[in-house]
Design a protein around this ligand. Structure first.
Ligand SMILES: Cc1cc2nc3c(=O)[nH]c(=O)nc-3n(C[C@H](O)[C@H](O)[C@H](O)COP(=O)(O)OP(=O)(O)OC[C@H]3O[C@@H](n4cnc5c(N)ncnc54)[C@H](O)[C@@H]3O)c2cc1C
Length: 390
């Protein structure tokens, strides 16, 4: 998959980096400590037109290519992973409407999402259904021109603050998980919708992760995405594309940790010299840089695959998320090592970056699930598929 960075990409990176360095990075430690959603930074990103980069221009978005969207996420995550989730999840929650919504549904919701007036979330995971998506239990029963949605969702990023959640629920339990699911646009001010509990988390602490309860929430049939039974395919198409954002987030977190470690090593002195002049430290910095560069280039290649609508885009986005997530964990852990004891305390940002990096190995499919996707694609290319592979 070939790609070339353009002057526009460089310019976007420079603009977002300046914004992130000046207005986001100084807030990161306080957001982490308070575990409060940064509404001011959401407004900042909305004012800068950075929440609708995924959205077609005819609905008020800026419709940037996927490499640009990756650069945007990367540069924000370099300053603060929590804040990078604002554009990531705005896109994640909107993707089901983008991939399966009608012109009318897109016209109804996209302008408010692209401008940031409304926030979106994506509701797939349940307590008993994480990696095993087909095990989900939330029900959507037809009732005249509406559906009544009942059940619970777990771990829904921004679920407590979103105006709209794209929800996957069972319309035909007898058909079995994959065939019996449908996707719905649920407005969160509908009676019966509640977000009773937030998780206490290791990292990305300013990003609320909510449990959602739906008690006979009435959703018009006009808010169903695609046909009944399309839900599993819509969820997979969403995640296959959205994983790219997680790869970019991981590259950004690692870049932030590497930059800090280099600057620290250049001024910290032990045994009468800068630790940056010690070969042991230099080797560590070189490994961190080269591994993250590899993750970055793979992420841009995956972005090009998504942009091109490549039939094997899931292979690329899963490869990118797998490599970038593991790299972010390794690089941030090594950054803590470069700082020694100072890396372990909250006075310096690298311990926060290490905690934030961990989530990139878990959400939007764990690293084990990425390996299953990559392997399945490899076997499909080789003409070896199982009847259950879909
Ligand atoms: C902070 C946070 C935010 C999230 N945001 C969202 C969101 O916005 N929307 C949403 O729908 N979900 C969200 N999730 C859910 C997330 O995607 C799931 O947690 C994730 O997919 C894993 O599911 P699980 O936690 O149930 O783990 P499990 O599926 O129970 O997995 C447990 C372990 O078993 C391994 N495992 C499972 N199956 C296999 C297999 N077949 N082969 C090998 N190993 C396997 C896993 O890799 C893992 O190590 C979020 C989660 C977190 C923690």
């Amino acid at each position: 998959m070939s790609y070339r960075l353009t002057a526009d990409h460089d310019e976007l990176r420079a603009v977002v980096r300046q914004l992130a360095d000046e207005q986001i990075a100084p807030r990161a430690a306080a957001i982490d400590a308070s575990a409060e959603f940064p509404w001011d930074l959401k407004e900042l990103l909305a004012r800068q037109d950075l929440l609708g980069t995924w959205c077609p221009t005819r609905f008020g978005g800026t419709q940037l290519d996927d490499i640009s969207q990756a650069i945007l996420v990367e540069e924000i995550a370099r300053a603060d992973a929590t804040t990078s989730l604002i554009p990531i999840v705005q896109k994640l929650g909107s993707l089901p409407i983008l991939v399966a919504g009608s012109e009318e549904q897109q016209a109804r919701y996209f302008p408010r999402l692209a401008s940031g007036e409304w926030l979106a979330a994506f509701g797939l995971t349940e307590a008993g259904s994480g990696s095993d998506v087909a095990a989900l239990r939330m029900r959507a029963k037809r009732d005249g021109d509406d559906y009544l949605l009942s059940g619970s969702k777990r771990f829904i990023t921004h679920g407590s603050i979103a105006n709209l959640v794209t929800v996957i629920a069972l319309t035909d339990p007898d058909a079995g998980g994959r065939k019996g699911m449908s996707a719905f646009i649920v407005e969160t001010d509908t009676p019966g919708f509640s977000a009773p509990r937030l998780e206490h988390k290791m990292g990305i602490r300013g990003s609320p992760t909510a449990e959602l309860h739906l008690d006979e929430v009435r959703v018009p049939a006009a808010n169903r995405l695609g046909e009944e039974g399309d839900g599993f395919a819509i969820a997979m198409a969403t995640l296959d594309r959205s994983r790219l954002s997680i790869a970019a987030q991981a590259v950004g977190i690692a870049a932030g940790a590497l930059d800090f470690a280099v600057a620290y090593a250049a001024q910290r002195r032990q045994f009468g010299e800068r630790i940056a002049d010690l070969q042991g430290i230099q080797f560590m910095l070189a490994d961190m840089a080269s591994q993250n560069e590899a993750a970055r280039q793979l992420t841009y290649a995956a972005a090009a695959a998504v942009d091109a609508g490549a039939p094997d885009l899931a292979y690329w986005t899963s490869c990118a998320k797998l490599i970038a997530g593991d790299t972010a964990m390794r690089v941030t852990t090594d950054a803590v090592q470069v700082l020694g004891g100072y890396g372990y305390v909250t006075e310096y940002p690298v311990e926060r970056m290490m905690r934030d990096a961990k989530i990139t190995q878990l959400y939007e499919g764990t690293q084990q699930i990425q390996r299953l996707i990559v392997a399945r694609q490899l076997l499909r290319r080789a003409g070896v598929t199982r009847p259950t592979d879909g």
